[in-house]
Design a protein around this ligand. Structure first.
Ligand code: SAM
Length: 348
């Protein structure tokens, strides 16, 4: 039996400081099932007053170490040797400098750690979770705001498409990304164009091609990022059917606290009902949808029923509190994952 201890990262974010150990335990369970063979146990533990997760299995090979290294709140990894901890080099997929994820600060930004958790558990629920770590997972964030998921997907070395209706979000993201790419001296191309379907103007799009090094760019080992500034409930003709492994998004919270994210949102369940046909079409069979949502405006059972009505299979029990955490008085946040067609039951 091998045991790894994961030191939970300290967080300046109040929500995460309190919730991180429990959230990362649930996240580690879903990733461990997808990436580590045989029976795995994950338990929160304290050593000398410090929070760790203990992950035990018969064998945790290199793929397991890589998966654990990329959990949302992992700070350092150790292998247990009796009472002692031997440091293990983290194998984090970091294609670009970490400030890509941290520089942007704005009201309504989805916490980077939650975004990572959501992408991880959603990818783990697909029939090909290894794509998360080998650079081939295709990601769609159909309500991407100013791009936290887009930046995370780039960090993971993945291709990604984002959609948002708020023009100011596309403008702000475009300005940020262009400046960051220039300052980071990464070889890249940026193209903007109008979106038209059936002769109708539908918004603007941004297409970026980038690679972590000049050599990669020259050799065509590039990543593609697309941002469609349009309505997510009308994606037909704009995204290919079956093109994505995961659809991940932080849904509007349906509360008036002045954050940019809720200015154009209607009732979140109604919005999802209109958007899901397009999202499900965009997903390949064996792919998964992962949503973070506010339980105050979208009760878990109603959301689970809605996902099932759109032909998806909810993973785990929507009533369990595995990923539930309180953000503030008006936001009781949770995560739900649902699969399209066949796959393995790995979350919850
Ligand atoms: C919670 S925010 C996402 C924030 C984002 N993850 C970030 O970190 O910037 C929800 C987003 O849904 C978008 N939205 C609401 N209704 C939409 C629609 N019909 N089509 C596209 N986007 C929509 C809002 O503009 C908002 O940016």
């Amino acid at each position: 039996m091998t045991a790894f201890l994961l030191l939970v990262a300290p967080s300046a974010n109040r929500v995460y400081a309190d919730a991180a150990p429990a959230l990362m335990a649930a996240e580690a369970r879903s990733l461990a099932t997808a990436f580590i063979d045989g029976e795995v146990t994950v338990e929160a533990t304290r050593i000398a007053g410090v929070d760790y997760l203990r992950v035990s299995a018969d064998e945790i090979g290199p793929v397991g170490v890589r998966a654990l290294s990329n959990l949302s709140a992992v700070h350092a990894l150790f292998e247990a040797e009796g009472e002692l901890l031997r440091p293990v080099a983290a194998d984090r997929v970091d294609a670009y400098p970490s400030d890509l994820l941290t520089i942007q600060k704005y009201p309504g930004k989805t916490n980077e750690q939650l975004t990572r958790l959501l992408l991880n558990v959603t990818a783990a629920a697909t029939s090909r979770p290894q794509r998360l770590l080998d650079g081939t997972l295709d990601v769609l964030d159909p309500m991407c705001g100013r791009g936290t998921t887009l930046n995370l997907a780039l960090t993971y070395g993945l291709d990604v498409t984002g959609v948002d209706l708020d023009k100011r979000d596309l403008e702000a993201y475009e300005t940020f990304l262009k400046t960051w790419l220039r300052q980071t001296r990464l070889k890249h191309t940026v193209r903007t164009s109008a979106i038209r379907t059936a002769g109708q103007h539908r918004g603007r799009r941004l297409d970026v091609e980038v690679a972590p090094s000049k050599e990669d760019f020259k050799a065509g080992r590039t990543q593609r990022l697309t941002y469609l500034g349009t309505d997510t409930t009308r994606l037909e003709g704009l995204v290919r059917s079956g093109a994505f492994d995961v659809v991940v998004t932080d849904t509007p919270y349906g509360v008036q606290h002045g954050s940019h994210g809720d200015r154009i949102a209607r009732n979140p369940l109604e919005l999802l009902d209109s958007a899901l046909p397009g999202w499900v079409r965009a997903l390949r069979t064996g792919g998964a949808v992962g949503l973070s949502y506010n339980r105050h405006v979208a009760p878990p059972h109603e959301l689970a029923d809605l996902l099932e009505q759109h032909g998806l299979t909810v993973v785990g029990d929507p009533a369990d509190d595995t990923f539930r955490h309180r953000v503030d008085a008006s936001i009781d946040r949770d995560v739900i994952v649902a699969r399209k067609g066949s796959g393995r039951d790995v979350v919850g």
